[in-house]
Design a protein around this ligand. Structure first.
Ligand code: PGA
Length: 243
């Protein structure tokens, strides 16, 4: 895995934003995999800024988000779809039919996961998958476990993961759903290229395990070591704490 270190979170967002906008210019129908959470916020702001400044056309771009809470969908507060609408989708000219999202309110959640897998294949595959990392090593909602499910599936969330998500639910842990739908690690690893972003000192142990540890289902991010085209982007605050 190639690792790049930036002086600040803003510098990282600026560099990655530039690369993604250039990629859209070269390949107008690029397929992007997108994460939610605190980590990509600066990147999404930068993408919006560059888009307005340079009149970037997103009408051919296709997106797949990594995950969604069970019970939440379009328009629901705390839902990842709403997060993405507010933080990116409403600010660029993405076309509705090109936005793929897991629907946590689907009547049959297993079928919804199968639909998503088929949609990834039908798109021709994800060109660039953007990822954050959980302090427990999760990717999307692939939580540490004795075994992992390779494809898109329904998952029980770890308590630390629910606690980390209270910020999207007015600080109220009770309102954070206990289950979610997530792309599986196998689906994620089929992406042609992957960029993982981590910033701030809270992720130092996770990034150390990602870069230096062995491959284990107890730390799902470690599976990224098996992919030939992964870049890990860090700010210096975090990189300085990784041995
Ligand atoms: P965060 O979440 O960006 O809010 O730290 C990352 C993750 O859990 O994947």
């Amino acid at each position: 895995m190639k690792c790049e270190v930036f002086s600040t979170e803003a510098a990282l967002a600026a560099a990655l934003g530039r690369r993604i906008i250039d990629m859209i210019g070269r390949q107008p129908d690029v397929v992007l995999g997108l994460p939610t959470g605190r980590t990509p916020l600066a990147l999404y702001q930068e993408l919006i800024r560059l888009t307005h400044e340079e009149r970037v056309d997103w009408s051919g771009v296709r997106t797949f988000n990594l995950d969604e809470f069970v019970g939440l969908g379009r328009g629901d507060r705390g839902g990842y779809r709403t997060f993405m609408e507010n933080r990116l989708f409403e600010h660029v000219n993405l076309v509705e039919r090109n936005i793929e999202f897991l629907d946590g309110r689907a009547a049959d959640l297993d079928r919804e996961c199968e639909r998503y897998e088929r949609a990834v294949v039908a798109s021709g595959g994800v060109d660039l998958m953007l990822l954050g990392i959980g302090v427990n090593g999760h990717i999307g909602f692939n939580e540490p476990a004795g075994s992992l499910v390779a494809r898109t599936h329904r998952v029980m969330l770890d308590e630390p993961t629910r606690a980390a998500n209270t910020m999207w639910f007015d600080g109220d842990l009770e309102r954070v759903p206990r289950e979610a739908l997530t792309m599986g690690m196998g689906t994620i690893l089929q992406s042609r290229s992957i960029v993982l972003i981590a910033t701030g000192d809270a992720k130092s142990e996770a990034v150390t395990a990602l870069l230096r540890g062995g491959v284990t289902t107890r730390f799902p991010a470690s599976f990224l070591q098996l992919h030939p085209r992964v870049r890990v982007l860090l700010d210096v605050l975090l990189a300085d704490q990784v041995p």
